[in-house]
Design a binder for this molecule. Structure first.
Ligand SMILES: [Fe+2]
Ligand SMILES: [Fe+2]
Length: 201
């Protein structure tokens, strides 16, 4: 499947700062994402993005929501239109005059697939959280205690086991950490600390 976007500019500069309301974003998610597992993944990445923006980048609440929104919608089209992933959500957000930085973050969440290199910190953190969040969630599902008592060592062990969550690209995780200039260990701990708070209602 060729998902290359063949462009690197998204949205319009004059729409900088434009966001969806929480209700609008939730509405889009509910309409487009019928698969509950995928929805949970997006809520998890959204939570990680918001928490990172708040705790590590010390951004305003407005900016925290921009980060969270990128996380919340990054895979919105994957469920019903996998062959148009991430083209469809990008076009939808462009039509709604959304902030170009949010659209760029979504467009670069898999630069090997979409051909858009992560540039801003928001881009890089979305790319970084995406795969690692999924692997850690898969690990929680196979542990009797879930996230409770999970440690960095256990996660690193699963990372080395190529057959575990085989769909998760280890090279991409390593590449993402380098680009974001974040230690893998710190990221794992951050995800263990924040991800369990997310549950599907
Ligand atoms: Fe994706
Ligand atoms: Fe994702």
């Amino acid at each position: 499947m060729n998902l290359q976007l063949h462009r690197t500019v998204f949205g319009k500069e004059e729409h900088k700062g434009n966001v969806l309301s929480r209700a609008e974003a939730q509405g889009l998610l509910d309409e487009w994402v019928l698969n509950e597992r995928l929805k949970l993944h997006m809520l998890q990445v959204a939570r990680l993005m918001q928490a990172w923006a708040s705790e590590k980048e010390c951004l305003s609440e407005q900016d925290q929501w921009r980060w969270e929104m990128a996380g919340l919608l990054h895979d919105a089209d994957w469920d019903q239109w996998p062959d148009q992933h991430c083209k469809k959500i990008i076009e939808e957000l462009e039509q709604r005059n959304i902030d170009p930085e949010i659209i760029h973050a979504i467009a670069s969440h898999g630069h090997l697939h979409f051909g858009v290199v992560p540039q801003s910190k928001m881009d890089k953190m979305l790319y970084t959280f995406d795969e690692l969040s999924g692997l850690i969630h898969a690990y929680s599902l196979m542990r009797p205690q879930g996230y409770e008592g999970m440690d960095i060592k256990g996660v690193k062990k699963r990372l080395k086991e190529k057959t575990f969550a085989a769909g998760v690209n280890r090279d991409e995780i390593a590449d993402a950490c380098l680009r974001a200039e974040v230690l893998l260990e710190d990221l794992i701990q951050f995800i263990i600390d924040h991800q369990p708070q997310v549950v599907l209602q």
